[in-house]
Design a protein around this ligand. Structure first.
Ligand code: FPP
Length: 249
């Protein structure tokens, strides 16, 4: 974690399940896609806020492996929104030194989205101030299977011994290889579950749930989530007394 100007701890990695777009729209008697469009405004504001605060990694759950089961019209609407977002934000990402990466099964995305995504990933590859991960066609269990298959293949080829597999080796084969684990996972929309998001990486993350729908989640609400995060004590299996002793050093 890094320290903000208010000497509060800013999580190094924030991961967000952006839920509630559909219900937000339905409450306004508008189509679900209207909610997703409003959700993109929140994405822009939260990316900017995290960049200002000094968050190093921001991971947004934009489309899960299960989301392919939604009506075709909603899936194509979301894909179009993604493509438009990526095209519209490239300049901004470059001027703000933001590196974009994709977590998930890119091969399942429509070709035109995949191409724009790859171009954005390549164009921003040398940016260093903030890392923005878009989880697209992402599922935590699928990610683990993908990693385990790679490890099994290396064992079969004689490049890896089963006893050499440890937490670090497995982490190095996930989509998030080389990144720090999330300190804080936020979920909007009132549900209190992880829904197959970063199952391995979020093992020690603080979880923050809010009833607010994603289009209602802006900078002020992010700061509130970080405040709550700061009020919690992360013990990583140690006792509170052990941590207090460590802090006195
Ligand atoms: C969940 O809300 C949200 C999604 C499945 C999509 C999230 C996508 C965006 C915010 C816009 C595109 C993203 C980027 C990064 C440009 P829901 O539809 O499940 O809401 P509900 O539970 O109220 O139905």
């Amino acid at each position: 974690m890094t320290t903000s100007s208010k000497s509060n701890l800013v999580p190094r990695h924030i991961a967000i399940i952006m839920d509630g777009n559909g219900r937000w729209a339905e409450q306004r008697n508008r189509p679900r896609l209207f909610g997703h469009k409003a959700g993109v405004d929140s994405v822009r504001e939260i990316v900017e806020a995290c960049r200002e605060l000094g968050v190093e990694y921001l991971t947004l759950y934009a489309f899960s492996t299960e989301n392919w089961n939604r009506p075709q019209s909603e899936v194509s609407g979301l894909m179009l929104l993604l493509k438009t977002y990526l095209i519209g934000e490239l300049k901004n990402m470059l001027s703000n030194d933001i590196r974009l990466r994709c977590l998930g099964q890119q091969e399942r995305l429509p070709r035109e989205v995949r191409e724009v995504l790859q171009q954005t990933v390549e164009s921003t590859a040398s940016c260093q101030t903030m890392n923005l991960n878009l989880a697209l066609s992402y599922g935590g269990r699928m990610e683990l299977i993908h990693a385990i298959r790679q490890l099994a293949g290396k064992c079969v080829d004689g490049d890896l011994l089963p006893e050499e597999i440890n937490e670090q080796v497995l982490s190095d084969h996930l989509y998030t290889a080389g990144q720090v684990d999330p300190d804080l996972v936020i979920r909007t929309g009132g549900e209190c579950r992880l829904s197959n998001f970063l199952l391995w990486q979020a093992s020690y993350a603080e979880l923050y749930f809010t009833d607010l729908k994603w289009p209602e989640f802006k900078k002020e609400q992010l700061l509130e989530a970080i405040d709550v995060f700061n009020q919690r004590q992360r013990r990583f299996g140690k006792t509170g007394a052990q941590l207090d002793l460590g802090n006195q050093k």
